[in-house]
Write a protein of this length. Structure first.
Length: 155
């Protein structure tokens, strides 16, 4: 098996990212929607779509959001989400290598911590995160849908 190469995604990579995320997470994100959002954020240095390339295809992906704060204890931190590896490429340490790359990028951006959003059903993924050193916080993650926002229902 070839070595995975990680890089920051470009507009031409959005189609492969959406195909991979739709496969891994059973999402229905349209390519048009994804490209629109990507184009709006692609020049923001704190919005990073990281991809892993093998065999001339995108086989791994995660979204890194860098969040600088004015709070000294919190400092700058990052949130990663949509951590995924193409099913037939799993069990080859690609996710671990991707987390290594995420950590490198976050250190470069002076992040104090990496937060991770994960669905409750990703049990094998949760074992990976724990083995990598992530801990489950006691805090609860709350969310509230905003009815009537422009993005509601456009996916």
């Amino acid at each position: 098996m070839n070595e995975v190469i990680f890089k920051k995604a470009e507009l031409k990579d959005v189609d492969g990212i959406i195909q991979l995320c739709n496969e891994c997470f059973e999402e229905n994100t349209s390519l048009a929607y994804a490209k629109t959002i990507f184009e709006q954020t692609m020049h923001d240095p704190n919005q990073i779509y990281l991809i892993g390339i093998m065999d001339n295809q995108i086989v791994a992906h995660t979204k890194i959001t860098i969040i600088p704060t004015i709070y000294e204890n919190m400092n700058t931190y990052s949130i990663i989400n949509h951590v995924c590896v193409k099913p037939e490429y799993r069990r080859h340490n690609i996710a671990t290598k991707m987390l290594d790359e995420v950590t490198r990028i976050c250190k470069e951006k002076n992040c104090k911590a990496i937060e991770l959003w994960s669905n409750n059903f990703g049990v094998p993924a949760h074992a990976l995160y724990k083995n990598y050193g992530f801990i489950v916080n006691d805090a609860k993650f709350f969310s509230k849908e905003i009815i009537g926002s422009e993005s509601h229902g456009n996916q």
